[in-house]
Design a protein around this ligand. Structure first.
Ligand code: ATP
Ligand code: MG
Length: 415
């Protein structure tokens, strides 16, 4: 039997209501806060991701789906949304307005990771990006939108972790000191981190391996190395979060895995997901637009992993709506008349269904029950002959005879 690719998941009919629910809330809340939707391609030139995300990150080092196009150019399935959004806003001159540009997106991302609960090779994100201001209020606006998204979905026990990783100059000084500290721990940390020591030492703080977490317990914090400007900016973010009542936990170990982040970084975790506990994350990326050859433009955004959110939603968000009418037509003469009625019901905007596999009344009514229809319209050859139909109330099981002409008129009048 043909099977799907490892790490990819079908979203089955019983799950799609949950997905629509998440998507509807995402569209509603983002729009409410003045974000406009952008839809970008799911693959781009590899160079875009390599340049923006950073060569020494997990994503670029080992997680990208990269393949040559027929002309030899290197393409990559998008592993995240921000790089593509920045490429698009530059290409279409969307930053050339005096006000801030606020965009959001929904869609699949692709990373070649080890598949496990909450970690897939194709997964979906809802993300927002706000360009054009470094005002700490924008940081708070973005975090508040993320928080509101989860609260609207009814998620409980969430923690907002927040940190500032400063600007590149702050980081440069800190990294020297961190390396001095880590040089005494090189023997104990994991192989991955030994490599990171020279390529991307900040990531060692973020390593999930217990020995590495222990080894870095006493490490100096970036937080203590922030310039006055970064520290003041961060304090304003915290003050405003407090004033609007969003609870947060300062987490000095929170460094994001992508190179383009600066200053405010944040993650929201749930205790109900096991190892893959982060359901949304984001931060400032004040240098990225310029890095991609745009005008110097501060920016901040987040991305939510919708599969992980779905794992936290109650199973039955809302079941698919059952039909109001089930049309039970059987017999050679009756079936085409019944089909016409079914068509008229749908044209009139009424939820209606039938079952072509059932050929006698008993099995038709069983199907009607299974679908949860409120009424059945019964039409056999006898009824076709007398131009009548039987309306059966599926709950009370009472039946009423009606003229075909009459029901047809009634449906049309609803149109
Ligand atoms: P993680 O530490 O879990 O690998 P990340 O830092 O790589 O996450 P981001 O790039 O910040 O993740 O993506 C934002 C969100 O997208 C994550 O918080 C998570 O909810 C979700 N996400 C990331 N990778 C996957 C994946 N492979 N499968 C499902 N969801 C994912
Ligand atoms: Mg990852």
């Amino acid at each position: 039997m043909l099977r799907s690719i490892k790490g990819l998941k079908d979203i089955l009919p019983q799950q799609t209501p949950q997905w629509r629910y998440m998507e509807t809330i995402a569209h509603t809340l983002a729009t409410q806060s003045g974000f406009s939707e952008i839809r970008i391609p799911i693959f781009e030139f590899t160079e875009l991701y390599a340049r923006s995300i950073g060569g020494a990150t997990d994503i670029v080092e080992k997680e990208m789906y990269t393949f040559p196009d027929r002309d030899g150019s290197s393409l990559t399935l998008r592993p995240e949304g921000t790089a593509g959004v920045v490429r698009a806003v530059l290409e279409h001159h969307l930053l050339e307005s005096p006000s801030t540009r606020k965009l959001y997106y929904l869609g699949p991302m692709f990373r070649h990771e080890r598949p496990q609960a909450g970690r897939y090779r194709q997964f979906h994100q809802f993300g927002v990006e706000a360009f054009g201001t470094e005002d700490p209020l924008m940081d708070v606006e973005v975090i508040a939108l993320l928080w509101r998204f989860f609260c609207s979905l009814g998620l409980k026990d969430l923690t907002l972790h927040i940190n500032s990783i400063g600007n590149p100059q702050d980081r440069e000084k800190y990294i020297q000191e961190l390396k001095r500290f880590l040089s005494t721990k090189l023997e104990v940390i994991c192989g991955n981190c030994q490599r990171r020591y020279s390529t991307n030492p900040l990531r060692i703080l973020d390593c999930k391996v217990p020995i590495c977490q222990q080894a870095t317990q006493e490490a100096p914090t970036l937080f203590d190395h922030l310039s006055l400007e970064s520290a003041t900016h961060f304090q304003s973010v915290l003050d405003e979060l407090t004033s609007i009542g969003i609870p947060f936990t300062l987490n000095y170990r929170l460094v994001r895995g992508l190179d383009y982040y600066s200053r405010t970084t944040f993650e929201i975790t749930s205790p109900h997901l096991g190892a893959q506990s982060t359901i949304g994350a984001g931060g400032r990326y004040d240098g990225l637009v310029e890095l991609l050859q745009g005008p110097s433009t501060p920016a901040i955004g987040f991305a939510v992993g919708l599969e992980r959110v779905a794992l936290l939603l109650p199973e039955q968000v809302s079941s698919p709506q059952p039909p109001l009418f089930f049309v039970a037509g059987f017999g050679k003469k009756a079936k085409p008349i019944a089909f016409k009625l079914l068509h008229e019901l749908r044209e009139a905007g009424i939820r209606a269904d039938t079952d072509y596999k059932s050929t006698n009344l008993k099995s038709l009514l069983r199907s009607a029950d299974k679908l949860g229809a409120s009424y059945s319209i019964i039409l056999g050859d006898d009824e076709a002959h007398s131009q009548t139909v039987i309306i059966r109330n599926m709950t009370t099981k009472t039946q009423e005879l009606m003229k075909l002409e009459e029901i047809s008129q009634k449906i049309k009048s609803l149109n």
